[in-house]
Design a protein around this ligand. Sequence first.
Ligand code: FAD
Length: 413
Amino acid sequence: MRISCVGAGPAGLYFAIVMKRRDPNHEIVVHERNPAGTTHGWGVVFWDDLLATLRANDPDSAQAIADAAVPWSGQVVDVEGQPPLHAGGGGYGICRRRLLQILIERALALGVELRFESEISDLSQVADADLIVAADGVASQLRRHRADRFRPQIEAGRNKYIWLATTQRFPSFTFGFVPTRAGWVWFHAYSFKEGMSTFIVECAPETWNGLGLGTMPADAELRVLESLFAKHLDGHALISRDGHDTRLPWLSFRMLANRTWRADNVVLIGDAAHTTHFTIGSGTRLAIDDATALASVLGEHDSLPHALDAYDHRRRRALARVQRDARLSAEWFENLPRYIRYNAPTFLTLLLARRSRLLKRMPARTYLYLRGHYTKLTGRGGSPLARIGRPAHPFGPKADCGISGAEPGTPHR
Ligand SMILES: Cc1cc2nc3c(=O)[nH]c(=O)nc-3n(C[C@H](O)[C@H](O)[C@H](O)COP(=O)(O)OP(=O)(O)OC[C@H]3O[C@@H](n4cnc5c(N)ncnc54)[C@H](O)[C@@H]3O)c2cc1C
Protein backbone atom coordinates (compact mmCIF):
# COMPACT_ATOMS: atom_id res chain seq x y z
CA MET A 1 0.00 0.00 0.00
CA ARG A 2 1.22 3.56 -0.72
CA ILE A 3 0.70 5.62 2.40
CA SER A 4 1.25 9.34 2.92
CA CYS A 5 1.38 10.44 6.56
CA VAL A 6 1.15 14.16 7.07
CA GLY A 7 2.82 15.23 10.32
CA ALA A 8 5.82 13.72 12.12
CA GLY A 9 4.40 13.95 15.62
CA PRO A 10 3.90 10.84 17.79
CA ALA A 11 0.76 9.82 15.84
CA GLY A 12 2.18 9.94 12.30
CA LEU A 13 5.57 8.48 13.19
CA TYR A 14 4.21 5.64 15.28
CA PHE A 15 1.66 4.69 12.64
CA ALA A 16 4.46 4.53 10.05
CA ILE A 17 6.56 2.35 12.38
CA VAL A 18 3.77 -0.12 13.14
CA MET A 19 2.72 -0.41 9.49
CA LYS A 20 6.30 -1.03 8.32
CA ARG A 21 6.75 -3.68 11.00
CA ARG A 22 3.58 -5.39 9.85
CA ASP A 23 4.59 -5.35 6.20
CA PRO A 24 7.93 -3.92 4.97
CA ASN A 25 6.48 -3.74 1.45
CA HIS A 26 4.27 -0.79 2.35
CA GLU A 27 5.60 2.41 0.77
CA ILE A 28 5.29 5.00 3.50
CA VAL A 29 6.23 8.67 3.25
CA VAL A 30 5.95 10.95 6.29
CA HIS A 31 5.75 14.67 5.46
CA GLU A 32 6.71 17.13 8.18
CA ARG A 33 6.52 20.87 7.62
CA ASN A 34 9.24 21.69 10.15
CA PRO A 35 12.98 20.97 9.89
CA ALA A 36 14.19 17.82 11.71
CA GLY A 37 14.62 18.34 15.46
CA THR A 38 12.05 21.14 15.78
CA THR A 39 9.08 20.71 18.07
CA HIS A 40 6.75 22.58 20.37
CA GLY A 41 6.36 22.02 24.11
CA TRP A 42 8.70 20.35 26.60
CA GLY A 43 8.10 17.11 28.49
CA VAL A 44 4.98 14.95 28.60
CA VAL A 45 3.84 12.45 31.20
CA PHE A 46 2.68 8.88 30.63
CA TRP A 47 2.04 5.68 32.55
CA ASP A 48 2.79 1.96 32.36
CA ASP A 49 -0.20 1.39 30.08
CA LEU A 50 1.56 3.31 27.30
CA LEU A 51 4.77 1.32 27.80
CA ALA A 52 2.76 -1.90 27.54
CA THR A 53 1.25 -0.75 24.23
CA LEU A 54 4.65 0.26 22.90
CA ARG A 55 6.23 -3.06 23.94
CA ALA A 56 3.45 -5.01 22.25
CA ASN A 57 3.85 -3.12 18.98
CA ASP A 58 7.57 -2.39 18.68
CA PRO A 59 9.86 -3.59 21.48
CA ASP A 60 12.88 -1.70 20.08
CA SER A 61 11.41 1.79 20.30
CA ALA A 62 9.61 0.84 23.54
CA GLN A 63 12.96 0.09 25.18
CA ALA A 64 14.51 3.34 23.92
CA ILE A 65 11.52 5.31 25.23
CA ALA A 66 11.63 3.54 28.60
CA ASP A 67 15.37 4.32 28.85
CA ALA A 68 14.82 8.00 28.03
CA ALA A 69 11.94 8.46 30.49
CA VAL A 70 12.32 9.59 34.11
CA PRO A 71 9.91 8.42 36.82
CA TRP A 72 7.91 10.81 38.97
CA SER A 73 6.35 9.70 42.18
CA GLY A 74 3.27 11.02 43.97
CA GLN A 75 1.48 14.33 43.64
CA VAL A 76 2.03 17.50 45.64
CA VAL A 77 -0.62 20.18 45.98
CA ASP A 78 0.72 23.43 47.36
CA VAL A 79 -1.75 26.25 47.96
CA GLU A 80 0.02 29.36 49.19
CA GLY A 81 -0.56 29.97 52.88
CA GLN A 82 -1.31 26.32 53.62
CA PRO A 83 0.88 23.29 54.21
CA PRO A 84 1.68 21.33 51.02
CA LEU A 85 -0.17 18.01 50.80
CA HIS A 86 0.87 14.77 49.17
CA ALA A 87 -1.23 12.25 47.27
CA GLY A 88 -0.37 8.92 45.68
CA GLY A 89 0.25 7.96 42.10
CA GLY A 90 3.26 7.87 39.85
CA GLY A 91 4.28 7.73 36.23
CA TYR A 92 6.98 8.88 33.84
CA GLY A 93 8.03 12.05 32.12
CA ILE A 94 9.83 12.22 28.79
CA CYS A 95 11.24 15.04 26.70
CA ARG A 96 9.01 15.48 23.65
CA ARG A 97 11.99 16.21 21.43
CA ARG A 98 13.75 13.02 22.57
CA LEU A 99 10.59 10.97 22.07
CA LEU A 100 10.28 12.22 18.51
CA GLN A 101 13.98 11.61 17.85
CA ILE A 102 13.59 7.97 18.97
CA LEU A 103 10.55 7.50 16.73
CA ILE A 104 12.28 9.18 13.76
CA GLU A 105 15.36 6.96 14.11
CA ARG A 106 13.22 3.87 14.37
CA ALA A 107 11.06 4.83 11.37
CA LEU A 108 14.17 5.45 9.25
CA ALA A 109 15.69 2.12 10.34
CA LEU A 110 12.52 0.34 9.18
CA GLY A 111 12.63 2.02 5.76
CA VAL A 112 10.04 4.79 6.18
CA GLU A 113 10.77 7.81 3.99
CA LEU A 114 10.80 11.04 6.01
CA ARG A 115 10.49 14.37 4.24
CA PHE A 116 11.16 17.37 6.48
CA GLU A 117 10.24 20.91 5.47
CA SER A 118 7.49 19.38 3.38
CA GLU A 119 4.25 21.17 4.19
CA ILE A 120 1.10 19.55 2.84
CA SER A 121 -1.67 22.09 2.64
CA ASP A 122 -3.66 20.50 -0.14
CA LEU A 123 -4.71 16.91 -0.72
CA SER A 124 -3.61 17.15 -4.35
CA GLN A 125 0.02 17.11 -3.07
CA VAL A 126 -0.43 13.51 -1.87
CA ALA A 127 -3.01 12.38 -4.42
CA ASP A 128 -0.95 9.36 -5.53
CA ALA A 129 -1.31 7.67 -2.10
CA ASP A 130 -3.79 4.83 -1.48
CA LEU A 131 -4.19 6.06 2.08
CA ILE A 132 -3.66 9.59 3.41
CA VAL A 133 -3.16 9.79 7.17
CA ALA A 134 -3.80 13.27 8.54
CA ALA A 135 -1.55 13.36 11.62
CA ASP A 136 -1.00 17.10 11.32
CA GLY A 137 -2.13 18.09 14.79
CA VAL A 138 -4.94 20.17 16.23
CA ALA A 139 -4.79 22.80 13.48
CA SER A 140 -4.82 20.13 10.73
CA GLN A 141 -4.96 21.66 7.26
CA LEU A 142 -6.09 18.38 5.73
CA ARG A 143 -9.05 18.28 8.11
CA ARG A 144 -9.92 21.82 7.12
CA HIS A 145 -9.75 20.77 3.49
CA ARG A 146 -12.47 18.19 4.09
CA ALA A 147 -14.30 20.10 6.83
CA ASP A 148 -17.64 19.42 5.14
CA ARG A 149 -17.07 15.68 5.74
CA PHE A 150 -15.25 15.65 9.09
CA ARG A 151 -17.49 18.37 10.58
CA PRO A 152 -14.99 19.47 13.25
CA GLN A 153 -16.21 21.20 16.40
CA ILE A 154 -13.58 23.34 18.09
CA GLU A 155 -14.12 25.10 21.37
CA ALA A 156 -11.50 27.27 23.03
CA GLY A 157 -11.14 26.80 26.78
CA ARG A 158 -11.53 29.90 28.97
CA ASN A 159 -8.21 29.82 30.78
CA LYS A 160 -4.90 31.03 29.47
CA TYR A 161 -1.89 28.73 29.67
CA ILE A 162 1.73 28.65 28.66
CA TRP A 163 3.99 25.62 28.36
CA LEU A 164 7.37 26.52 29.90
CA ALA A 165 10.30 24.59 31.37
CA THR A 166 12.69 25.07 34.26
CA THR A 167 15.90 23.53 35.57
CA GLN A 168 14.23 23.14 38.98
CA ARG A 169 13.56 19.46 39.83
CA PHE A 170 9.99 18.34 40.51
CA PRO A 171 10.28 14.64 41.45
CA SER A 172 6.52 14.58 42.20
CA PHE A 173 3.76 15.86 39.94
CA THR A 174 3.30 19.29 41.52
CA PHE A 175 0.40 21.73 41.43
CA GLY A 176 1.23 25.12 42.96
CA PHE A 177 -1.42 27.82 43.48
CA VAL A 178 -0.47 31.43 44.19
CA PRO A 179 -2.87 34.32 44.92
CA THR A 180 -2.26 37.66 43.19
CA ARG A 181 -4.09 41.00 43.28
CA ALA A 182 -5.91 39.87 40.09
CA GLY A 183 -6.78 36.30 41.10
CA TRP A 184 -5.11 32.90 41.37
CA VAL A 185 -2.25 31.77 39.13
CA TRP A 186 -1.03 28.20 39.25
CA PHE A 187 1.39 25.76 37.67
CA HIS A 188 1.54 22.07 36.81
CA ALA A 189 5.14 20.77 36.99
CA TYR A 190 6.98 17.46 36.63
CA SER A 191 10.48 16.28 35.69
CA PHE A 192 10.96 15.04 32.14
CA LYS A 193 14.73 14.53 32.02
CA GLU A 194 17.72 14.93 34.28
CA GLY A 195 17.76 18.54 35.45
CA MET A 196 14.69 19.67 33.46
CA SER A 197 11.00 19.94 34.31
CA THR A 198 7.88 20.99 32.46
CA PHE A 199 6.25 24.03 34.06
CA ILE A 200 2.81 24.89 32.66
CA VAL A 201 1.35 28.14 34.01
CA GLU A 202 -2.41 28.63 33.91
CA CYS A 203 -4.86 31.33 35.04
CA ALA A 204 -8.27 32.81 34.32
CA PRO A 205 -8.42 35.44 31.55
CA GLU A 206 -9.40 38.14 34.06
CA THR A 207 -6.24 37.39 36.05
CA TRP A 208 -4.15 37.32 32.90
CA ASN A 209 -5.47 40.73 31.85
CA GLY A 210 -5.30 42.11 35.38
CA LEU A 211 -1.59 41.24 35.67
CA GLY A 212 -0.84 42.62 32.21
CA LEU A 213 0.45 39.24 31.03
CA GLY A 214 0.81 39.02 27.25
CA THR A 215 1.57 42.73 27.05
CA MET A 216 5.28 42.74 27.96
CA PRO A 217 8.39 41.40 26.26
CA ALA A 218 8.91 37.68 26.92
CA ASP A 219 11.94 38.20 29.14
CA ALA A 220 10.14 40.68 31.40
CA GLU A 221 7.14 38.39 31.63
CA LEU A 222 9.27 35.38 32.54
CA ARG A 223 10.76 37.43 35.38
CA VAL A 224 7.22 38.30 36.59
CA LEU A 225 6.25 34.62 36.60
CA GLU A 226 9.51 33.66 38.31
CA SER A 227 8.79 36.12 41.09
CA LEU A 228 5.23 34.81 41.51
CA PHE A 229 6.54 31.25 41.85
CA ALA A 230 9.84 32.16 43.57
CA LYS A 231 9.25 29.79 46.49
CA HIS A 232 8.81 26.82 44.14
CA LEU A 233 11.55 27.72 41.67
CA ASP A 234 14.14 28.39 44.38
CA GLY A 235 16.29 30.58 42.14
CA HIS A 236 15.87 28.50 38.95
CA ALA A 237 14.79 30.32 35.78
CA LEU A 238 11.71 29.72 33.64
CA ILE A 239 12.53 28.94 30.02
CA SER A 240 10.43 29.51 26.90
CA ARG A 241 11.00 27.42 23.78
CA ASP A 242 10.05 30.32 21.52
CA GLY A 243 12.99 32.60 22.30
CA HIS A 244 12.94 35.37 24.82
CA ASP A 245 12.83 38.38 22.48
CA THR A 246 9.20 38.31 21.41
CA ARG A 247 5.95 37.87 23.38
CA LEU A 248 5.31 34.65 25.28
CA PRO A 249 2.99 32.37 23.30
CA TRP A 250 0.06 32.13 25.73
CA LEU A 251 -2.77 29.96 24.41
CA SER A 252 -6.30 28.89 25.20
CA PHE A 253 -6.63 25.12 24.98
CA ARG A 254 -8.63 24.03 21.91
CA MET A 255 -11.05 21.20 22.56
CA LEU A 256 -11.66 19.40 19.28
CA ALA A 257 -14.06 16.65 18.24
CA ASN A 258 -15.05 15.49 14.74
CA ARG A 259 -18.30 13.98 13.53
CA THR A 260 -16.32 11.36 11.63
CA TRP A 261 -12.60 10.57 11.40
CA ARG A 262 -12.59 9.37 7.78
CA ALA A 263 -13.49 10.87 4.44
CA ASP A 264 -12.82 8.62 1.44
CA ASN A 265 -9.16 7.60 1.77
CA VAL A 266 -8.25 10.37 4.24
CA VAL A 267 -8.18 9.42 7.92
CA LEU A 268 -7.57 11.54 11.01
CA ILE A 269 -5.35 10.37 13.87
CA GLY A 270 -4.00 11.97 17.05
CA ASP A 271 -4.66 15.63 17.77
CA ALA A 272 -6.02 16.13 14.24
CA ALA A 273 -8.92 13.88 15.31
CA HIS A 274 -9.42 14.87 18.96
CA THR A 275 -7.83 16.76 21.80
CA THR A 276 -7.92 16.09 25.53
CA HIS A 277 -7.02 18.83 27.98
CA PHE A 278 -3.45 18.71 29.27
CA THR A 279 -4.66 18.31 32.87
CA ILE A 280 -5.36 14.64 32.14
CA GLY A 281 -2.00 14.14 30.39
CA SER A 282 -3.21 11.68 27.75
CA GLY A 283 -2.83 13.21 24.27
CA THR A 284 0.37 11.36 23.36
CA ARG A 285 -0.94 8.01 24.57
CA LEU A 286 -4.18 8.51 22.65
CA ALA A 287 -2.21 9.44 19.51
CA ILE A 288 -0.24 6.18 19.84
CA ASP A 289 -3.48 4.24 20.49
CA ASP A 290 -5.00 5.72 17.31
CA ALA A 291 -1.90 4.72 15.36
CA THR A 292 -1.94 1.12 16.57
CA ALA A 293 -5.73 0.81 16.15
CA LEU A 294 -5.53 2.06 12.57
CA ALA A 295 -2.71 -0.35 11.76
CA SER A 296 -4.75 -3.22 13.32
CA VAL A 297 -7.93 -2.59 11.34
CA LEU A 298 -5.93 -2.32 8.12
CA GLY A 299 -4.62 -5.80 8.88
CA GLU A 300 -8.08 -7.14 9.74
CA HIS A 301 -9.95 -5.96 6.60
CA ASP A 302 -9.20 -6.54 2.92
CA SER A 303 -11.20 -3.50 1.90
CA LEU A 304 -9.80 -0.06 2.76
CA PRO A 305 -13.24 1.59 3.21
CA HIS A 306 -14.31 -1.18 5.64
CA ALA A 307 -11.07 -0.86 7.59
CA LEU A 308 -11.44 2.91 7.88
CA ASP A 309 -15.07 2.58 8.94
CA ALA A 310 -14.04 0.11 11.65
CA TYR A 311 -11.29 2.44 12.86
CA ASP A 312 -13.66 5.41 12.91
CA HIS A 313 -16.26 3.48 14.88
CA ARG A 314 -13.84 1.91 17.36
CA ARG A 315 -11.74 4.93 18.19
CA ARG A 316 -14.48 7.55 18.25
CA ARG A 317 -16.35 5.41 20.77
CA ALA A 318 -13.22 4.98 22.88
CA LEU A 319 -12.55 8.70 22.83
CA ALA A 320 -16.02 9.86 23.83
CA ARG A 321 -15.51 9.04 27.51
CA VAL A 322 -11.93 10.29 27.68
CA GLN A 323 -12.94 13.59 26.11
CA ARG A 324 -15.78 13.96 28.57
CA ASP A 325 -13.33 13.41 31.45
CA ALA A 326 -10.89 15.88 29.93
CA ARG A 327 -13.60 18.51 29.57
CA LEU A 328 -14.62 18.05 33.22
CA SER A 329 -11.00 18.40 34.28
CA ALA A 330 -10.54 21.58 32.19
CA GLU A 331 -13.77 23.03 33.60
CA TRP A 332 -12.67 22.25 37.14
CA PHE A 333 -9.65 24.51 36.67
CA GLU A 334 -11.84 27.13 34.98
CA ASN A 335 -14.00 27.14 38.12
CA LEU A 336 -11.11 27.20 40.56
CA PRO A 337 -12.66 29.88 42.87
CA ARG A 338 -15.44 27.36 43.66
CA TYR A 339 -12.91 24.98 45.18
CA ILE A 340 -9.88 26.91 46.39
CA ARG A 341 -11.79 28.58 49.22
CA TYR A 342 -11.74 25.24 51.08
CA ASN A 343 -8.89 24.20 53.34
CA ALA A 344 -6.00 22.33 51.76
CA PRO A 345 -7.10 18.72 52.47
CA THR A 346 -10.60 19.42 51.15
CA PHE A 347 -9.21 21.25 48.17
CA LEU A 348 -6.98 18.27 47.41
CA THR A 349 -9.96 15.90 47.64
CA LEU A 350 -11.85 18.09 45.19
CA LEU A 351 -8.86 18.37 42.87
CA LEU A 352 -8.52 14.60 42.75
CA ALA A 353 -12.26 14.34 42.00
CA ARG A 354 -12.15 16.81 39.12
CA ARG A 355 -13.38 14.30 36.53
CA SER A 356 -16.57 13.72 38.48
CA ARG A 357 -19.82 14.71 36.80
CA LEU A 358 -21.47 14.83 40.22
CA LEU A 359 -19.01 17.40 41.50
CA LYS A 360 -19.76 19.60 38.52
CA ARG A 361 -23.51 19.38 39.10
CA MET A 362 -23.76 20.06 42.81
CA PRO A 363 -22.21 22.39 45.37
CA ALA A 364 -18.82 21.11 46.48
CA ARG A 365 -20.09 20.89 50.05
CA THR A 366 -22.95 18.56 49.00
CA TYR A 367 -20.56 16.42 47.00
CA LEU A 368 -18.24 16.13 50.02
CA TYR A 369 -21.15 15.31 52.30
CA LEU A 370 -22.36 12.49 50.01
CA ARG A 371 -18.85 11.21 49.59
CA GLY A 372 -18.25 11.21 53.33
CA HIS A 373 -21.60 9.51 53.94
CA TYR A 374 -20.80 6.71 51.50
CA THR A 375 -17.40 6.25 53.05
CA LYS A 376 -18.95 5.91 56.52
CA LEU A 377 -21.60 3.49 55.29
CA THR A 378 -19.40 1.29 53.19
CA GLY A 379 -15.90 1.88 54.53
CA ARG A 380 -14.83 2.34 50.91
CA GLY A 381 -13.57 5.89 50.32
CA GLY A 382 -15.74 7.46 47.66
CA SER A 383 -16.05 4.33 45.53
CA PRO A 384 -19.84 4.43 44.94
CA LEU A 385 -19.40 8.00 43.79
CA ALA A 386 -16.66 6.77 41.54
CA ARG A 387 -19.19 4.51 39.85
CA ILE A 388 -21.71 7.30 39.43
CA GLY A 389 -19.47 10.22 38.80
CA ARG A 390 -16.10 8.69 37.80
CA PRO A 391 -13.86 10.61 40.18
CA ALA A 392 -11.72 7.51 40.71
CA HIS A 393 -8.50 8.32 38.88
CA PRO A 394 -7.11 11.56 40.13
CA PHE A 395 -4.45 11.82 37.50
CA GLY A 396 -4.07 9.07 34.96
CA PRO A 397 -4.39 5.33 35.18
CA LYS A 398 -1.67 4.58 37.72
CA ALA A 399 -2.54 7.15 40.34
CA ASP A 400 -4.29 6.31 43.58
CA CYS A 401 -6.22 8.51 45.97
CA GLY A 402 -4.09 8.05 49.07
CA ILE A 403 -3.75 11.50 50.61
CA SER A 404 -1.37 12.34 53.42
CA GLY A 405 -2.35 15.31 55.56
CA ALA A 406 -5.17 16.38 57.84
CA GLU A 407 -8.81 15.38 57.43
CA PRO A 408 -10.86 17.20 54.80
CA GLY A 409 -12.55 20.20 56.36
CA THR A 410 -14.34 23.45 55.66
CA PRO A 411 -13.67 26.62 53.69
CA HIS A 412 -10.61 28.46 54.99
CA ARG A 413 -11.43 31.89 53.61
C1 FAD B 1 0.45 22.14 27.51
C2 FAD B 1 0.31 20.73 27.01
C3 FAD B 1 0.77 19.69 27.80
C4 FAD B 1 0.63 18.39 27.37
N1 FAD B 1 1.06 17.38 28.18
C5 FAD B 1 0.87 16.11 27.81
C6 FAD B 1 1.26 15.05 28.67
O1 FAD B 1 1.79 15.28 29.77
N2 FAD B 1 1.04 13.77 28.25
C7 FAD B 1 0.48 13.50 27.04
O2 FAD B 1 0.28 12.32 26.73
N3 FAD B 1 0.11 14.47 26.20
C8 FAD B 1 0.29 15.77 26.55
N4 FAD B 1 -0.09 16.77 25.71
C9 FAD B 1 -0.73 16.44 24.41
C10 FAD B 1 0.28 15.99 23.34
O3 FAD B 1 1.32 16.93 23.20
C11 FAD B 1 -0.45 15.82 22.01
O4 FAD B 1 -1.68 15.18 22.22
C12 FAD B 1 0.37 15.00 21.03
O5 FAD B 1 1.55 15.70 20.67
C13 FAD B 1 -0.42 14.67 19.77
O6 FAD B 1 0.40 14.08 18.82
P1 FAD B 1 0.12 14.25 17.26
O7 FAD B 1 1.17 13.49 16.55
O8 FAD B 1 -1.30 13.93 16.98
O9 FAD B 1 0.24 15.81 16.97
P2 FAD B 1 1.49 16.78 17.10
O10 FAD B 1 2.42 16.33 18.15
O11 FAD B 1 0.92 18.15 17.19
O12 FAD B 1 2.25 16.62 15.70
C14 FAD B 1 1.72 17.11 14.49
C15 FAD B 1 2.87 17.33 13.52
O13 FAD B 1 2.33 17.70 12.25
C16 FAD B 1 3.13 18.73 11.69
N5 FAD B 1 2.31 19.44 10.72
C17 FAD B 1 1.25 20.25 10.98
N6 FAD B 1 0.71 20.69 9.83
C18 FAD B 1 1.43 20.14 8.82
C19 FAD B 1 1.33 20.21 7.41
N7 FAD B 1 0.37 20.95 6.82
N8 FAD B 1 2.21 19.53 6.66
C20 FAD B 1 3.17 18.78 7.26
N9 FAD B 1 3.32 18.68 8.60
C21 FAD B 1 2.45 19.34 9.37
C22 FAD B 1 3.54 19.55 12.90
O14 FAD B 1 4.68 20.35 12.63
C23 FAD B 1 3.80 18.47 13.93
O15 FAD B 1 5.14 18.02 13.90
C24 FAD B 1 0.04 18.10 26.11
C25 FAD B 1 -0.40 19.15 25.30
C26 FAD B 1 -0.28 20.45 25.75
C27 FAD B 1 -0.78 21.57 24.87
